[in-house]
Design a protein around this ligand. Sequence first.
Ligand code: FBP
Length: 317
Amino acid sequence: MSRLENIREFLKKGRIHKFSLNNPHINAKKRNHLQRMFNAGRMKEKFLFLPIDHGIEHGPGDFLDSPWASNPEYQLELAKEGKYSAIAMHIGLAEKYWQKKQYRRTVPLILKINGKTNIPSDEEAISPLTGTVEDALKLGADAVGYTLYVGSPKQYEDVLQFLGVRLKAETAGLPIIMWAYPRGKFANEKGGKDTIAFVAYATRLAHELGADICKINIPKPVEAGKYNEEGQFKKYNELLELSVEEQLTWAIINAGSTGVLISGGSKLGDKDMLDKVDLAVKAGVDGVIFGRNMWQRPFKEALEITKKVKDVLVGNR
Ligand code: FBP
């Protein structure tokens, strides 16, 4: 059997270990936080998160075509009315807006505790700390969010920085959601940040480094010969025929019992977006974390598409 046939057969069986609140690494405190997020989202075992960290990651340019989105209360209202599982933001927005009682009582918070701008080149990407686990505890957050860049020359620094966060989060009983993102010079040289080789490497790292949930981009098709023949990734040159769903399934399987979310990327039309969620559900994800695709829409449209995304997540499409 060829490598391609062998992997295809294996992928047909789907995900082996599922993310569940009953998994042994989820202690009582973490379980309470995760349950609160499940309850807020009102989908038994699926998450829908709303991130608003784009002002840092991309700058206000993301708000130019939807200026209403520059006001964080827009995203908070959407998260509240749309019954999202949680909103993800940095310390400044959390202190200034989320703390208002109409939000803090109804919308769980994921405090994003590292972030970077996209002004310097991504070649040596690393996301410095912008907050702490203590900030998250003080605010009453239900999780912390951490971005780890896989494939950057600064990766080792990043792994050490994450170790410090994980130890504190473990003591605090706060779940960690890792934005597990291939990025930087080596990822670019050895195949590309969106390739199955790197996306699966990123979910594996999240799993082995101790994240509770990770967030990835769906792998993109790869050109023949893209993987460096000298490198460990060359085996993937034999797997170019895998469908996007198969590629995503491989990445999810490598996350083991760590939860997996997919991110939205830039704004899509309704059908493309719902198809994306559908594909992700078939591949076995635990939820989605969509920002621009939600809050770049006017409120009524954003609420309507939120409902449709939730329907797809729970299998009601
Ligand atoms: P979107 O759904 O808007 O893509 O947001 C997901 C997200 O992870 C945000 O949390 C973050 O700001 C952004 O994507 C970073 O994406 P990138 O580093 O690829 O520009």
